[in-house]
Design a protein around this ligand. Structure first.
Ligand SMILES: [Fe+2]
Length: 290
């Protein structure tokens, strides 16, 4: 499978001390006020194993590796085997006016939405809102755990961000750059427009116990836990795409399916033009390594 590397438009030394703002608008949508929830047994174990077979049979031919740690198959809903299992369940649960990123993003210069993925280390705190597709309003994220070696959980927070997908990195001294996600770390989250900040940090002790060891606790300043979900085979975790979230510490790797659900909205228009991508003036083509 091909490997790619993000081609960064800024030097690493500079990236340590700057935010990456692909889209500065903090009010790209106004709806989304529902609690996060899990759907037990969203798929059967037989269907889970069929989806895992799909991963094992196809990753070498249609998968890709980005920056040595993102293993993924993009546009999963365009594969018949995945679509036949997942699509009817989504329409039944959410209504048939749901639109999948996989179905409408074919003109994107790189895939930034739905994917079947293998995670080999826990991601940090973030949101995943896909906000650049004109005519389609971001709605909900759904994550379906397919394989985890041991125990794992997933935290949603009471804080929300109604802007473009963002990684929240207060106190992290790293030179991160993402082709789609904003990266914020210079100011307090409230200053970027994160809603419902709780300066008392009521859950810091709990977070210190459960969150990934390589991420400093300062990342969660101003946050409080909404729910902790088991990262459990066959369940689905559903959240408004505005919800800040992160996986807790885990060992080994995880395989899952993540989908970014949209709704048609003629009035929604937030793409930009004149750059390589319709979401950023910074992002440039990724480099193919082999
Ligand atoms: Fe996410």
């Amino acid at each position: 499978m091909p490997s790619y590397k993000t081609d960064r438009p800024f030097a690493d030394r500079k990236l340590r001390n700057m935010d990456i703002t692909h889209n500065p608008n903090t009010t790209l949508f106004k709806d989304q006020n529902e609690p996060s929830y899990a759907i037990p047994d969203f798929i059967t174990d037989k269907e889970r194993l069929e989806l895992l077979d799909f991963w094992n049979d196809n990753f070498d031919t249609v998968g890709e590796i980005i920056n040595d740690h993102i293993y993924r198959i993009t546009y999963p809903m365009l594969f018949e085997k995945i679509s036949d299992i997942i699509r009817p369940k989504i329409y039944e649960h959410f209504g048939d006016d749901i639109v999948f990123y996989s179905d409408i993003a074919k003109n994107d210069p790189m895939s930034v939405g739905d994917q079947m993925f293998k995670a080999v280390q826990p991601y940090g705190l973030h949101t995943d809102s896909v906000t650049h597709l004109d005519g389609y309003r971001p709605y909900k994220d759904i994550i379906i755990p397919l394989l985890i070696d041991g125990p794992g959980t997933y935290v949603t927070f009471n804080q929300r961000y109604r802007g473009h997908a963002t990684m929240f990195m207060n106190g992290r001294d790293i030179s991160s750059y993402a082709n789609y996600h904003n990266i914020v770390k210079i100011q307090r989250y409230k200053d970027y427009g994160v809603e419902n900040i709780d300066e008392t940090n009521p859950d810091h002790d709990k977070l210190e116990m459960i969150m990934p060891r390589h991420i400093p606790l300062s990342v969660y300043d101003g946050l409080s836990i909404e729910s902790i979900f088991l990262w459990q085979h066959c369940n689905a975790i559903v959240q408004d795409t505005s919800v800040l979230h992160a996986p807790t510490e885990f060992k080994g790797s995880k395989i899952g399916l993540t989908l970014h659900l949209m709704k048609r909205d003629e009035s929604y228009k937030n793409s930009i033009s004149g750059y390589y991508t319709p979401w950023s003036r910074h992002t440039i083509p990724i480099k193919k390594l082999k």
